[in-house]
Design a protein around this ligand. Sequence first.
Ligand SMILES: Nc1ncnc2c1ncn2[C@@H]1O[C@H](COP(=O)(O)OP(=O)(O)OP(=O)(O)O)[C@@H](O)[C@H]1O
Ligand SMILES: [Mg+2]
Length: 325
Amino acid sequence: MNNRIKKSLDIIVVGELNVDLILTGLTSLPEMGQCKLSKDMNFTLGSASAIFASNIARLGLNVGFLGKIGDDYFGDYILQSLNSRNVDTSHIIRDKSAKTGICVSLSFPENYAMASYPGVRETFRLSNVDFDYISTARHMHMSSYYLQTGMQEGCSELFRHAKELGLTTSFDPDSDPSGKWDNSIFKTLKYVDIFLPNETEALNISKCNDVESALDLLSKVVNTVVIKTGKSGVWTKNPNKTIHANVFKIEVVDTTGAGDSFNSGFIHQYLKDSEIEECALWGNACAAISTTKTGGTTAFPDISELQQFFTEREEEIERIIDLRK
Ligand SMILES: Nc1ncnc2c1ncn2[C@@H]1O[C@H](COP(=O)(O)OP(=O)(O)OP(=O)(O)O)[C@@H](O)[C@H]1O
Ligand SMILES: [Mg+2]
């Protein structure tokens, strides 16, 4: 088994890359032809995959990234941001022929509206993937299946090969901007160990009407299913048990990247062979802390900040986990 070989990376992230411009403190969305003033703004590293990579590296894991950026200012910014969080960027491809993408987000405490220019990230495909590099990792994570249109066709092969190389795998589909939610994702799910959709994504992919049915259906294909339901918490099921975990009480400033921050805490514990209730607790704590500042990475804690949070919230932790079966 490859897992017995000493691996230099804990996690390889195969993903999309872009910058984010986030405007906060708006009272409502502007009407067409109108300009609204925001109270604050943040220009920062964007994309679900980069937020995940950056945050799980902050928890102390060795993380590498496979993806594509343009040979431009935003591309430089992305590399600097990932490098500053100790993510290995040596295998990120720079494509001179296209621009790095950007996402403009109008952020409100409970939700956001976004417009995104994908740029070069759409051309990242299976033939760009270096499997020798992937084989140096223990675990592979991919986010944003529906945004990575170039990767979709080869996605099941990517996961199949990663499993063959001895890696465990996790997958967050993120939203489908086309609204089609086609069934092709199931070809990949059979090679996924942890599937982490939010509620809307889980219902659309499973074609179920409620979260518990979606959890049951998706669990027939994937070992560990995690459905994030925003401030209502999270559902997790594996072959041994089903749990519901409540969220921590927190003053929310911006939920950008809360799902990816959750994934970082959850997978960090999964790689330590923790039970799913411990994984969900860490996910909820990382996500809650990440909502206290704008952007997906700004407030994300390191291990000592997280331990301090757990110490301060000892009583609250008692009511977080609810074992269902
Ligand atoms: N109001 C809140 N208070 C505390 N924690 C929250 C709140 N909203 C979200 N969270 C935390 O963030 C996690 C992820 O949120 P959500 O369900 O919105 O995921 P998502 O839609 O995938 O997020 P993203 O937009 O980052 O992809 C939740 O499971 C929860 O732990
Ligand atoms: Mg998400």
